[in-house]
Design a protein around this ligand. Structure first.
Ligand code: MTE
Length: 318
């Protein structure tokens, strides 16, 4: 498998302290006034004024999911993203504005009662939006907290009606090399794909994200539809989903296809199991120099630990 073309969060061993590198860069940006209260993209690109779903936001907050720290502001999280379709640095927010999020259809296929294609605004009318404060732990050992808006993935299952033979949900991103320069880099296995089991998808925490910060999702976060399973490493959070397939075989994710010795299917957060090239014991809180201990299942064990009973022989932590 190709190990030469590294992702931004796959720091070569010779760069022994990747987070320092990352945070020095952020400090530089801060110094240049690029990060900070009220910082906006040129032309107000973080605003989503023309989005036809804007009237659905803000959605009521579900208070069941609480944070142990304040959420990050969008001027931090919206300018530090992994979205390889638009480049392999963290600073793709500007390039990602080229993504056209309307019209946007999502194909439901595979082992479903009736395969179909649905317009995102039709899907949004069929579900109940709510806001949830969730943590995100990147495999690269940094973390952030975001007020996402969306709907439980269980509602997506109810909408798609998978057949009993469906064991996994496979989610796929758009393929448009004309607007996404990263997709012209043919050594990557485009389009971006990842997945989970049906049981994981039905867990109350699994969330289909359509908005953040009380408005439709900014493009760099993966508009108009992404997934977030907060107990797993962030690389499972497929952005800008165009296809949801229900399958009997375990899907192979984008990063697993690239580097199976380092990235696997389950990718549950565990501070006791290091990445082959760095420790997972702690995480740097995005936009700060605070390093805090990482917690098993990213602190969501009470919701998800039972999903993995009997699966101890699986590689649950990569
Ligand atoms: N989805 C697509 N389509 N392309 C990507 O490159 N990167 C993943 C995930 N989803 C990625 C993606 C990774 S590595 C992470 S950590 C999260 O998105 C980052 O989400 P964020 O930019 O909202 O923090």
């Amino acid at each position: 498998m190709n190990v030469i073309h590294r992702r931004g969060w796959e720091i070569p061993e010779r760069e022994a302290t990747p987070e320092e590198l990352v945070f020095n860069r952020r400090a530089l940006m801060k110094g240049a006034g690029l990060i900070g209260a009220g910082a906006m993209l040129p032309g107000g690109a973080l605003a989503q004024g023309a989005d036809p779903s804007a009237g659905l936001y803000p959605a009521p907050r579900n208070e069941r999911y609480r944070l142990d720290r304040p959420p990050h502001t969008e001027d931090v999280t919206g300018k530090y993203n992994n979205f390889y379709e638009f480049g392999s640095t963290k600073f793709i927010w500007d390039a990602a504005q080229k993504l056209q999020t309307r019209p946007w259809t999502i194909k439901f296929d595979g082992l479903v009662e009736k395969p179909r294609e649905v317009d995102i605004d039709t899907l949004l009318k069929a579900v109940k939006l709510e806001e949830r404060l969730y943590r995100l732990r990147c495999v690269e050992a940094w973390s952030m907290t975001i007020p996402w808006t969306g709907f439980p993935m269980k509602q997506l299952l109810d909408f798609a009606k998978p057949l009993s033979g469906a064991k996994y949900v496979r989610m796929e991103t758009f393929l448009e090399p004309k607007i996404a320069p990263g997709q012209r880099q043919t050594w990557f296995p485009w389009p971006f794909v990842d997945g989970c089991t049906i049981e994981e998808a039905a867990n109350e925490l699994a969330f289909m994200v359509t908005g953040a910060y009380g408005k439709p999702l900014a493009k760099q976060f993966g508009a108009p539809l992404r997934v977030h399973m907060p107990w797993k490493y962030g690389f499972k959070a497929v952005k800008s989903i165009t296809r949801v397939s229900f399958v009997a075989e375990r899907p192979k994710g984008f990063w697993e296809a690239l580097q199976p010795a380092e990235y696997g299917f389950w990718a549950n957060v565990n501070p006791a199991v290091d990445h082959p090239r760095w420790s997972q014991a702690t995480e740097e809180v995005l936009g700060t120099r605070d390093r805090i201990p990482t917690v098993l299942f990213n602190g969501y064990g009470e919701f998800v630990a039972d999903l993995y009973k009997g699966l101890e022989k699986e590689k649950l932590w990569m």
